[in-house]
Design a protein around this ligand. Structure first.
Ligand SMILES: Nc1ncnc2c1ncn2[C@@H]1O[C@H](COP(=O)(O)OP(=O)(O)O)[C@@H](O)[C@H]1O
Ligand SMILES: O=C(CO)[C@H](O)[C@H](O)COP(=O)(O)O
Length: 557
């Protein structure tokens, strides 16, 4: 009798990694386990005031073992024995300097506590100056190497981060043989890779963030990088010219990792990709439907048949890459640099006196105090939501800008800042919260407008990610602001589910990932329809948001 096969999707988010065990035949989610990065939780190696966000490779390694073992412990050895594939998605661009064996420098004793030797998280914006230099050189070079990445290179991406690191840290420049993305390193680790030149690099990461394109025969040439800065001389020859989609195997589980995880060395490991891209697959993306992964940030994905996109270049997005979402289709990516992070910022602002003053109070004992602080922090966003829901869209007169972490798209500009305008003495916390929610939804509308004005029609909107599940209020506001229905994917772990679909395809259970999607999808469990009364009001408020944005952009220039 044929036994059921299982696959594991591993999804590395900004704050945590989760592993999901899935029945490869029908997509049933058997078990999940989440691991929060301990060093990251303690804010180690980060300096938010200067936009520095680094993650230690050990957070990822410990998380890999703990989350996979934790999920396997819930299902028992029979299931573990039938696991045939693992696929991994991560945030990005989240690169790290490595030695020739592909080991991140922070895993070497000399660099163990050096933030420049760690993964530079996607939201680290320390390299704004370097991104501007890359844009300047792209403009004057005979080929515009940024043209498939929306025509504007961002400080969130690979080359800007490398250049800045080399400039500020000569020791890293001396020790780094090459650089790798987080989504490339984890499959390399699982397959026991020891030579970085043999690492299979993700098409998704290379095409959207590293200036790789088939038309260029790979990456731009060494002369281009030397003209940018001689510090980059020779690096491109130690990187890659081939890239792979995630239906391709990176290899099999190594003996070491098979033992660490309690799995077989027959397990096939897929080439990695970014979270939002695999998430779009987990959320059943279809041509011209915008898949919005709404978490700390947003990633907004569209797929379209290659022949229909033809030579069209979509201006100001995070790129268009053959096969970055679904192999054989054009994947287009846009997004907002802060989404849930905007609400988290406001929550933290309100929580400051609770953390600072209550923590010092001698009126209550330590344990009660800690419980009270935790409970209050957990309740802030839900209580704000309940109060904000009751406020009419046009009533408060407050307009905010969502650029608290700069603007990812349209037209990347990480130097931009958030703003709150129209405050008076009646502007209380729920009104400001509502304005922030509206701002994040207006930011989403600018992306839809950009796709449509560039000739990429948006025929439907799919919501996934933490905020889509946690906040009906925000999803309703989004539907009202976009003036379109939003379908919410059923799975709580859409990115990990998408990874599981790739794992099943790579393991040979499906000929292509579309077949895995058809069999393994869990569909949609909610639809938010736009409220016509609000749509009209939001059209007017959106115009005010755009006006405020244009003013702030002038001020920051
Ligand atoms: N009830 C809520 N309403 C709105 N946003 C929320 C709520 N609870 C959490 N969030 C936001 O969700 C974001 C985390 O989203 P999630 O998808 O879980 O993580 P990640 O982006 O790391 O994958 C945080 O930025 C947080 O502010
Ligand atoms: O840009 C990305 C992918 O291309 C980032 O990975 C993403 O924005 C971070 O994801 P999350 O907000 O879910 O942590």
């Amino acid at each position: 009798m044929k036994s059921t096969k299982y696959v594991i999707g591993v999804d590395y988010g900004t704050d945590s990694v989760r592993s999901l065990i899935v029945n490869a035949e029908n997509g049933e989610e058997l078990a999940a386990s989440v691991f929060h990065y301990p060093r990251w939780k303690d804010n180690l190696y980060c300096d938010p005031v200067h936009n520095q966000f680094r993650q230690h490779p050990l957070d990822y390694v410990e998380g890999l073992e703990s989350s996979i073992r934790g999920a396997l412990a819930q299902v028992g050895p029979e299931v573990a024995g039938q696991v045939v594939g693992i696929a991994v998605d991560t945030t990005g661009s989240t690169p790290v300097a490595v030695d020739s064996s592909g080991t991140p420098l922070a895993l070497l004793p000399d660099f163990a506590t050096n933030p420049n030797a760690m993964f530079i998280l996607w939201k680290d914006h320390t390299s704004i100056k370097e991104a501007a230099e890359i844009n300047a050189i792209c403009e004057r070079w005979d080929i515009d190497y940024s043209k498939y990445e929306g025509g504007i290179y961002s400080s969130e991406w690979f080359w800007a981060k490398i250049l800045r690191t080399y400039r500020v840290d000569p020791a890293i420049h001396r020790a780094a043989y090459s650089w790798v993305e987080h989504c490339d390193w984890i499959p390399f680790l699982l397959t026991g890779g020891t030579d970085v030149t043999k690492m299979k690099r993700s098409r998704c990461a290379a095409g959207h963030k590293a200036l790789w394109h088939e038309d260029f025969d790979g990456l731009p040439p060494n002369e281009f990088f030397v003209a940018l800065d001689p510090l980059l001389d020779g690096l491109v020859d130690r990187l890659f010219d081939q890239t792979y989609t995630s239906d391709v195997p990176a290899g099999h589980l190594s003996e070491e990792w098979a033992e660490r995880l309690g799995l077989s060395t027959d397990v096939v490991i897929s080439v990695g990709a970014f979270d939002a891209h695999m998430g779009a697959v987990g959320g059943q993306i279809e041509p011209y439907h915008l898949s919005k992964v709404m978490g700390t940030s947003t990633c907004d994905m569209v797929v379209a048949p290659m022949q229909e996109v033809g030579d069209k270049l979509v201006r100001g997005i995070c790129g268009q890459v053959d096969g970055s979402v679904i192999p054989g289709m054009m994947g287009l990516e846009a997004g907002q640099s802060a989404f849930g992070d905007v609400y988290a910022w406001f929550k933290n602002l309100l929580a400051w006196p609770i953390r600072q003053i209550l923590a010092k109070s001698e009126l209550i004992d330590q344990e009660t105090k800690e419980q009270l602080i935790r409970e209050t922090l957990d309740r802030i966003i839900p209580e704000l939501t309940a109060a904000a829901e009751k406020i009419d869209p046009y009533e408060s007169g407050i307009i905010a800008l969502d650029w608290l972490n700069g603007r990812r798209t349209p037209d990347a500009n990480q130097a931009l800042k958030g703003a709150i305008f129209g405050l008076n003495l009646g502007s209380d916390a729920p009104r400001i919260f509502r304005a922030l929610v509206e701002a994040t939804c207006f930011g989403a509308r600018t992306i839809v407008d950009r796709f449509t004005s560039e000739g990429v029609p948006i025929k439907g909107v799919i919501g996934l990610g933490g905020v889509s599940k946690k906040s009906p209020f925000i999803m309703q506001t989004m539907a009202d602001v976009l003036g379109r229905p939003i379908r919410i994917a059923t799975s709580e772990q859409t990115c990990a589910l998408g990874a599981a679909m790739f794992a099943a395809t790579t393991a040979g259970l499906y000929p292509k990932v579309e077949d895995a999607m058809e069999q393994m999808s869990s569909g949609f469990d909610a639809t938010y329809e736009p409220n016509p009364a609000h749509v009209e009001k939001y059209d007017k408020l959106y115009a005010e948001y755009q006006q405020l944005g244009a003013t702030v952009e002038q001020l920051i220039k």
